[in-house]
Design a protein around this ligand. Structure first.
Ligand SMILES: Nc1ncnc2c1ncn2[C@@H]1O[C@H](COP(=O)(O)OP(=O)(O)O)[C@@H](O)[C@H]1O
Ligand SMILES: [Mg+2]
Length: 283
């Protein structure tokens, strides 16, 4: 098993400093570590050169910055040409990374959602009318602008078309070139706990920790994930994170699924713990 991490843009032979601790932990665990040029992969130019430092042959996992699903396709393709198999295929990456990929399997345990394929007002209104009325959260297939809650995330009433479109347009504008897919409307639910990030390898939970935004809010001692395990098993994905929070009525809910390769590690989890969790089950 080989670990691929983004290179430092200024010192391209070294890991990006954000991922250097995990790279170090992986080396100490006996894994081969190689750097890839994330920025070149993200731009979509010269993917072959971006993976040139990767030794040929073997199986790899990536821990790094997000890539759009179509860029990840190219990433796995150029690695395949070097005989390197990435454990998460391009199809699996898209299914974990984009909400429409995982939503159908988890619909019963996550806020009700409707989405568009385009991003203009007519597309939005169609989804809005299908969604109904009431408070909602708007995001794209991959991310929200949660730090701009009132202006670009929270919709007080989906039935108010102009007000809802104002929020959606602001989201679109703030996401800039990072906007992925279309708009997603999600029923607002009241939550009472900090988010918990759970890590899953081959359908089993390997680690429960805090969310990177609230790294010092430790998850409650015992979370029973019996209700979630069959659903994550049904997704059939090699490495994902699932973010959970406790709803006001005491029910655990799923906020989102993410591809584990591009999910940020909270500073409260040691790099070696992530590496052991991820590499432990694989061969
Ligand atoms: N349906 C919802 N009801 C209430 N709050 C929500 C809902 N969806 C998202 N949020 C809040 O917005 C935050 C970001 O949503 P999330 O879908 O996880 O997007 P991001 O990818 O930006 O983290 C969540 O952590 C939560 O606090
Ligand atoms: Mg989130």
């Amino acid at each position: 098993m080989m670990l691929l991490v983004p290179c430092d843009p200024l010192r391209p032979r070294r890991p990006d400093e954000h991922f250097a601790p995990e790279a170090q932990a992986a080396r100490e665990a006996g894994l081969t570590v190689a750097v890839v040029d994330h920025d070149a992969l993200a731009r979509g130019d010269d993917a072959e050169r971006a993976v040139a430092p990767v030794p040929s042959g073997g199986t790899a996992i990536y821990r790094g910055w997000m890539l759009r699903s179509e860029r990840y396709v190219r990433f796995t393709d150029v690695l395949a040409k070097r005989g390197v198999t990435v454990r998460t295929t391009a199809e699996q990456y898209r299914r974990a990374h984009e909400l429409p990929g995982w939503y159908p399997t988890l619909a019963a345990v996550t806020p009700r959602s409707a989405w568009t394929t385009g991003a203009d007002r007519a597309d939005f209104d169609e989804a809005r009318l299908a969604f109904g009325a009431g408070p909602a959260v708007v995001r794209d297939y991959v991310k929200s602008m949660k730090h701009y809650w009132d202006e670009a995330a929270f919709v007080a009433d989906v039935g108010d078309g102009d007000a809802a479109w104002k929020v959606a347009s602001r989201l679109r504008q703030l996401r800039e070139d990072n906007f992925v897919g279309g708009f997603v409307l999600r029923e607002f639910e009241p939550f009472t706990s900090a988010e918990v990030r759970t890590w899953w390898v081959d359908g089993g939970c390997v680690l429960i920790g805090s969310h990177p935004d609230t790294p010092h809010d430790q998850p409650p001692g015992e979370i029973d994930l019996g209700w979630l395990t069959p659903l994550i098993g049904a997704l059939g994905l090699p490495f994902v994170t699932v973010d959970l929070a406790l709803r006001a009525d005491g029910v655990w809910r799923v906020f989102e699924v993410g591809d584990g390769q591009v999910s940020d590690r909270p500073i409260s989890i040691e790099p070696a713990v992530i590496i052991a969790a991820v590499a432990g089950r694989s061969s």
